[in-house]
Write a protein that binds this ligand. Structure first.
Ligand SMILES: [Zn+2]
Length: 488
């Protein structure tokens, strides 16, 4: 992107040469604007950065205005019930394509994760720095690149044609990195003005550098708290150990019973409603050929440790389409403080990932019943279900999906991978709920090396140019499918 030429792999669709040319010509400016945003430490979780979040919203609003949007606004909800600050959303719209053209809602977020261990960054987190074709900086990929992809595409259309071929609404959130706590009621409050035929969420990961991805499935998640009690109070392990059971042994036996020797969840009924894969889908996932050595290296698994899960399922199926139950914390004495005592009570937290298809109430109910009925030594077992949300899945097809496939294929020179994501992305479901039925396209600007949320976060600059082109082409592909989108 130091030169402003078209990426070598890109094949501009017929008739869009002027749009591609305008976008390419403006890439240096797009990059400069991205760097400006990266310099603003908009850490939404930090009370010390409230002002920075506001500045990043204000600068984002100016950029949306540069992109030709009308009525760009900072929208602020009143402080939450607990008095905590609500970071501003930025919205804008351009409805110049007329009533017969489809309306597209574009989403990204302008807040970022903290940098926790700034000392481990190769360059300063908030000083954007290029190395080896990548732009390093907190937010360079997640998700300030998503904002600039929207801006670059809309500006290119504005400069080449005076406006986009579709009506456009934009929402840039300021609270994604703290779990989008207010998105539900923000969308509810503005549902009419934000209504659209297609929603484009630019905050995901591509499959590989140079190989785009369209995400159609996200796992859900749940926190489950388990308390095991065997005694009214701790007692001496020498005086009583033998006939008297302790809570930690009971807890570890209870947790050990959640999986078989292969690490497959064995809770009766838990996985009953996991969405089955068709042969087509299973083949398609297997064709993504995530190999074991790559996964081991990326996850830093020790050589002698075997991978877990059903060996008849591919690694991506296990990562995206199957549920997991993992203990992630336990309240017990620290080793340094441990005395010769039989523990009376132990508490553990389980992190559950729910697969597409699973009804959280049903699956978590099955887990709770299993834990309560499997109490080792007849211990008292108490289960509390915490925060949870269902998985999200959509059909990888239909006119909006096809439009995105065409746009990505042109921009990257290869068709996108239809991907899942093992994590849960809280902002997707509120959009699905608020605009019931409108297709959501989850588009990537990151790649697996971007290390979003981690140290040395970075953006692959040539793929970023392709992501901007993708979006410019997508608007035309959606306009061309106006009739199908309306009846879909
Ligand atoms: Zn993000």
């Amino acid at each position: 992107m130091s030169t402003s030429s078209l990426p070598a792999a890109t094949e501009v669709p017929d008739g869009l040469e002027d749009v591609a040319e305008a976008l390419t010509r403006e890439l240096p400016r797009t990059r400069a604007w991205l760097e400006e945003l990266v310099r603003i430490p908009s850490i939404s979780s930090s009370p010390d950065h409230v002002e920075a979040c506001r500045r990043s919203a204000e600068r984002t609003a100016q950029l949306l205005t540069e992109a030709g949007l009308d009525e760009v606004r900072l929208l602020e909800l009143s402080p939450a019930a607990d008095g905590s600050v609500v970071h501003p959303y930025v919205t804008g719209s351009w409805l110049g394509a007329g009533p017969d053209a489809p309306t597209v809602l574009l989403y990204a977020h302008h807040d970022v994760q903290p940098v926790a261990t700034a000392g481990n960054w190769t360059s300063e987190p908030f000083v954007p720095t290029e190395r080896n074709g990548r732009l390093y900086g907190r937010g360079a990929a997640d998700d300030k690149a998503g904002i600039l992809a929207h801006v670059a595409a809309l500006r290119a259309w504005q400069q080449a044609r005076g406006g986009a071929p579709v009506n456009v609404k934009v929402i840039i959130e300021g609270e994604e990195e703290i779990g989008s706590p207010n998105l539900d009621h923000f969308l509810a409050a503005h549902a009419d003005e934000l209504r659209a035929d297609v929603i484009v969420l630019t905050d995901l990961t591509n499959w590989q550098v140079g190989w785009p991805g369209l995400t159609y499935a996200l796992r859900g998640m749940a926190d489950v708290f388990v308390t095991v009690r065997t005694l009214a109070q701790p007692v001496h392990s020498g005086m009583w150990g033998g006939p008297v059971p302790d809570a930690l042994t009971a807890m570890t036996r209870l947790l050990a019973g959640l999986h078989d020797d292969r690490g497959v969840v064995t809770v009766p009924g838990f996985a009953d409603d996991v969405r089955p894969l068709s042969d087509d889908e299973r083949d398609r996932l297997a064709a993504l050929d995530l190999d074991e050595s790559t996964l081991r290296a990326d996850a830093r698994v020790f050589d002698t440790v075997r991978l877990t899960g059903d060996p008849d399922r591919s690694l991506v199926e296990r990562l995206w389409m199957q549920p997991t139950i993992t203990p992630t914390g336990m309240d017990v004495p620290r080793v340094a403080d441990a005395s010769n005592t039989l523990l009376a009570e132990v508490r553990a937290k389980l992190s559950v990932r729910l697969a597409p298809g699973q009804d959280p109430d049903r699956a978590l109910g099955a887990l709770a019943r299993h834990l309560e009925s499997s109490a080792p030594f007849g211990a008292e077992v108490e289960v509390a279900i915490g925060e949870n949300n269902a998985a999200w899945v959509t059909e990888p097809g239909g006119p909006a999906w096809d439009a995105a496939v065409a746009a990505m294929t042109a921009a990257y020179g290869r068709a996108p991978a239809a991907m899942g994501c093992g994590g849960s992305i809280p902002f997707v479901q509120p959009f699905s709920d608020a605009f019931g039925g409108a297709p959501c396209l989850l588009v990537g600007v990151e790649d697996p090396g971007s290390n979003a949320h981690g140290e040395d976060e970075s953006l692959h600059l040539e793929d970023f140019a392709k992501a901007c082109l993708t979006e410019a082409f997508l608007l035309a592909e959606l306009a061309a499918r106006a009739g199908e989108l309306r009846t879909a």
